[in-house]
Design a protein around this ligand. Sequence first.
Ligand code: SAM
Ligand code: DTB
Ligand code: SF4
Length: 327
Amino acid sequence: MIRNDWTRQEITEIYNTPVLELIYNAATVHRQFNDAQEVQVCTLLSVKTGGCPEDCAYCPQAARYHTDVKVHKLMEVEEVIGKALEAKEAGSTRFCMGAAWREVRDNKDFDKVLEMVKGVSTMGMEVCCTLGMLSYEQANKLKEAGLYAYNHNLDTSEEFYGDIITTRTYKDRLDTLENVRGAKISVCSGGIIGLGENENDRIGMLHTLATLPEHPESVPVNALVPVEGTPLEDQEKVSVWEMIRMIATARIIMPKAMVRLSAGRVRMTLEEQALCFLAGANSIFAGDKLLTTPNPGIIQDKEMFQVLNLKPRKAYKEVGKKQLVNS
Ligand code: SAM
Ligand code: DTB
Ligand code: SF4
């Protein structure tokens, strides 16, 4: 049964289950709702890099921090299509374009992004964007252009949010998610651990996601990639068990969501990642770069899929059931 009425207490109890028991429970739920051998392979591309006016404390692309990230204006449509083709050839079925924007504005750059979405959607890949805040009208335009999914993370709990970002509110984030949902675009929303939050914050974020009117179709769980020059550059690495607890809890309370083992894989062994898949993760970002930071290479991931007997999930598997795409 899919529930949207989880209490914080229930989620706390799940999160604090003895860890091997928690993994077993999550693995069991995963097998009831999904093909546990199947893992979605997504590719990220930063189509507009750096120079962002926001103050997200973790982010190397915020203009106010002095990081090694070079500012790059919006890429050309043809170049993006070329990158999408490469990703498809390498086995990705979802292509996600990210822009270091606070929000989408109705200007020439947005028109260009709409062209990118149109181009990629005709290639048979699920197209995703992460462009910051979005109005309902803008969401509809993206949908018309063929956008399949939109990523907008809650990042952390409402309580801890103000310690990480001050230039926009938690409500702004929820409003964007509502606009995306309203335009019948698949919702991708999750967060980051290792920002200095406590367990209640992690549980709080999962509670907010699991009690939305509809669960996000995908939930990325990122481990902070600490970047020199950002306020969080010295944060300690989170233990893999914390990542596993997040993934397993997300799997149990949002059984049908794609739970994405996102940023942080470069610092994990194959065995650690295997435990994450066992705990219910069923999606990854592939390719040697996330947006600006390193990620395991294609060859390494191919080997991991072989060793763990994983198979890549086909594109648009849910379409038809949910009618998320114009056709
Ligand atoms: N500017 C848009 C926004 O903030 O919505 C889109 C791009 S932004 C880089 C997308 C997400 O990447 C953030 O919400 C955050 O969860 C994640 N992220 C950014 N920097 C990260 C880091 N250093 N480690 C882990 N995740 C990070
Ligand atoms: C998400 O949850 N993680 C991705 C994607 N959504 C956009 C981004 C991770 C970014 C890590 C830092 C970087 O490479 O700049
Ligand atoms: Fe800008 Fe997004 Fe980075 Fe925040 S996370 S600083 S909004 S690019």
